[in-house]
Design a protein around this ligand. Structure first.
Ligand SMILES: [Zn+2]
Length: 212
């Protein structure tokens, strides 16, 4: 049975969907960095308050704060014997080293989800949103019943600047160069599993469930 794991994968690769599905079929909880941050702020922990100041002043959250908040969460889960899927952390080699030295983390596998750029571009460039109510759609996976209008309020659906092909290509380049060091780090530790995310989320999860 897989224990604490890390999910790595470019935007648009389906990481969130796969992690949620895996979490439903196991007792692993899905920990995204965004969620951990929001919880720390909500619970007004000392670190949460510090984080709130940084975020509100529009500054970049330094590694030391991110690490400390993740550590706080992992220690809490560890004391309750709860295993987790980390999604969105680590992002830098500093964070990976920190996690590696954290005894309570004890990462068993790192799952790298990959897909050819053309597939990611195709998926992301078909996303649409409603500027009035913020509802999101996808031309293939979640089309609006009113074609190019929002189902809630008939507003014309738009594409985010970020989801235009050129921006996607740029985001993928940044992601790939940032992630390469992490991939090498975990390859060296022999805990990296690379999976083609062109299979369905169900197939991927079934494959993961068979891992020791
Ligand atoms: Zn709407």
């Amino acid at each position: 049975m897989i224990k604490n794991i890390i999910f790595l994968g470019a935007p648009g690769v389906g990481k969130g969907t796969i992690a949620s599905l895996l979490s439903q079929k196991t007792d692993l909880i899905h920990l995204s960095t965004g969620e951990i941050f929001r919880a720390a702020i909500r619970n007004k922990t000392k670190l949460g308050l510090e984080l709130k100041n940084i975020v509100e002043s529009g500054n970049y959250v330094p590694d030391e704060i991110t690490n400390a908040i993740v550590e706080e969460k992992i220690k809490e889960l560890n004391s309750k014997n709860i295993n987790f899927i980390l999604d969105g952390y680590p992002r830098t080699i500093n964070q990976a080293n920190f996690l590696d030295n954290l005894e309570s983390a004890n990462i068993s596998k790192v799952i790298l989800l990959t897909a050819p750029n053309e597939i990611i571009i195709q998926r992301l460039s078909k996303r649409r949103y409603c500027p009035t109510c913020s509802a999101t759609y996808h031309l293939d996976f979640k089309p609006s019943k009113k074609i190019n209008l929002c189902e809630n309020d008939d507003t014309l659906l738009l594409q985010r600047k970020d989801d235009e092909e050129e921006s996607i290509v740029r985001r993928l380049e940044v992601y790939n160069s940032e992630t390469k060091v992490l991939v090498d780090f975990y390859k060296e530790k022999k805990i990296l599993i690379e999976i083609e995310a062109t299979q369905s989320p169900e197939e991927i999860v079934n494959y993961l469930l068979k891992q020791k």
